[in-house]
Design a protein. Sequence first.
Length: 258
Amino acid sequence: MRLQLLPSTLSETGNASVQQHLSCFVIDDCLAIDAGSLAIATTSIQKKQIRDVVLTHAHLDHIAGLPLFIDDLFASLEEPIRVHATKEVIENLQRHIFNWEIYPNFSELHNENGAVLKYYQFEIGTEKFIKHLCLKALEVNHKVQTVGFLIADEKSKIAFTSDTAEMDGFWKAINAEKSLAAILIECAFPDELKKLASQSYHLTPTTLKTELENLKSTTCPIYVINIKPMYREKIVKQIEELEIENLRILEVGKIYEW
Ligand SMILES: [Zn+2]
């Protein structure tokens, strides 16, 4: 399985910045988990192949690229963009984004090949097969209903939290797994902002450390995601100071293979 966190901004030199402003993880160039930078950072191959978009929740940094992605590809789509999400997320997209006011309701529109947007609902705790991948939606703990995932292909399985504060159901599911190739977990704010982190249901390095104590086996690499760009340096330093050997930062743009 190949996974890439797409870049979302440019550095001063015009190259992809290391900061994660938006959230969009592409797996095997054909499936997107969240759609933050889907329209702006996908390669031409990814644009051609990604027709399934799985959403963890409807916060803007996770869905921002979806309307533009469908718009950009509108005329060339030979099959619809399939958006997989919980009922609540689908309703929020229909009510607040694809409502003809913020953007067209693409689910009512067709190109010459047919529909351009279709919704597929899933429930927390269930497994879903998309192409060669199996995704199990896991309960996490964010300000709005949000899911993490266990994602597996025939070779390996990884776990992914999306945005979350302290969790319960996620760890139960993770600890029931025999072997994981990697765990991706969020850490949005530095310790100084623990009140803001708690109000917005995110982790800090200290709460991340406490969360990781729920893991029965900690041998696989654990990658930190969703670091707020404004506090990146501070958070990275505080994560290093935790001195957890298999804990590292997931690099924006890098292709990971498991
Ligand atoms: Zn969020």
